[in-house]
Design a protein around this ligand. Sequence first.
Ligand SMILES: Cc1cc2nc3c(=O)[nH]c(=O)nc-3n(C[C@H](O)[C@H](O)[C@H](O)COP(=O)(O)OP(=O)(O)OC[C@H]3O[C@@H](n4cnc5c(N)ncnc54)[C@H](O)[C@@H]3O)c2cc1C
Length: 450
Amino acid sequence: MTHHVILGAGPAGVIAAETIRKHAPHDPITLVGDENEAPYSRMAIPYLLIGKVGEEGTHLRHTADHYSRLNIQLLRGVRAKRLDTAKRTVELSDGNTLGFDTLLIATGSSPATPPIPGIDGPGVHSCWTLADARAIANLAKPGAKVLQMGAGFIGCIIMEALQKRGVELSVVEMGDRMVPRMMGPTAGGMIKDWCGNHGVKVFTGTRVEAIERGNGAEPGLLGKIAQVVGIGSASAPNGKMQVRLSSGERVEADLVISATGVRPNIGFLETSGVRCLVGVLTDEHLQTNVPGIYAAGDCAEAYDKVSGKTIVSAIQPNAAEQARMAALNMIGQSTSLPGVTQINVLDTLGLISTSFGNWQGVPGGEHVELTDKTAGRHLSLQFHGDVMVGCNSVGWTDHVGVMRGLVEGQVRLGEWKDRLMHDPTKLMDAYLSSAQGQGHWSGAADERRR
Ligand SMILES: Cc1cc2nc3c(=O)[nH]c(=O)nc-3n(C[C@H](O)[C@H](O)[C@H](O)COP(=O)(O)OP(=O)(O)OC[C@H]3O[C@@H](n4cnc5c(N)ncnc54)[C@H](O)[C@@H]3O)c2cc1C
């Protein structure tokens, strides 16, 4: 029997454990998660904040005995501290050492905290964990002034939840537009206008320089002692905060949400010999440079066949697919991931935008753009030869699947490429004419999609 150890009890870890159990009924499986919660989905946090689901609704599985019934040993509140690849052991935060035959690193990522004076004080939270959600729910009451730092993917997703809680929302983004790592200037500008029209004050090209409390000072010695001994609240500031911006403006806030990006949780691998770039580098089997050690999800870096580079594509469908593939390889079924692609479909206060593949274009490529600001629609298509290698869209909800199919499938468009250059709205026709017969599309060889 093979002992499979999985580090991280998020979606990737749970799906991997279940997949192994399905195919290897008797192999011991240990799932190690550092959060003291039932395994849950971060994706559900906005729904929790809106009140569409309770905490139970964020849980990945809904029966209390789910893991024990599957004979998966779930360790909660236990952190992997160090990996010894030679001894094939993991040192845990509870003092135990866990031996393994195969290992999956599925530790996800954590918010990056920018070095801003006052950011570590009360009233400032990320929106990443259930604990964060509880703290935000406590402070984001109707009429509360909320300042959100960052208008990236996660920042845009949580805006709707915050607005639905009836808060007065300001968003500060240091990039020159909203979602700057996913959207071009036109799309980013349209999203900003949309937010402005929906009552959100958006500052772009602006940094938060300091978060000040009370009369502009950090909590005094007595205040700090009160927090340490638990008399003062760790989550609620005493009075409002003043957020100082690089523009010289000051914004009052009851709550500051930090959504300025994330970093893979790979620090514990530092001396392990497992090769990491931005994330844990994996091959097409999700295996690392160390045989028998795999990675999946937000902490993993995998090959993107569209850009020809390895990327961390931190969205849940990727985490789920990578976990399933890694798990099959861990039990000896050699399976390859067709690749990951940048696939982002974003709902910002009801405005749907997309970003696929090389949305910024490639050297020597061609580009066509169509914008109708009155109708709230924008399309930007990028080509390399007769292949659409990336795109951005705003307000084209009916064509999302087609855009993804063309980019991810690297479909040869032939004469349709020139037709799209003249009229980008003909995406559906181009797809139907070009994609249908192309057996080389990575998905076409995959039985599960038939
Ligand atoms: C508010 C919000 C909304 C989102 N909305 C969407 C969406 O709409 N669509 C979408 O596709 N994606 C969305 N995402 C992203 C999505 O949640 C992630 O892609 C997904 O959670 C990745 O799963 P994972 O298992 O790789 O990582 P995680 O969910 O981060 O799970 C990793 C787990 O490992 C634990 N861990 C870390 N280090 C250690 C260690 N050393 N030892 C043990 N355990 C450890 C972590 O604490 C965590 O519990 C959203 C994220 C957030 C925060």
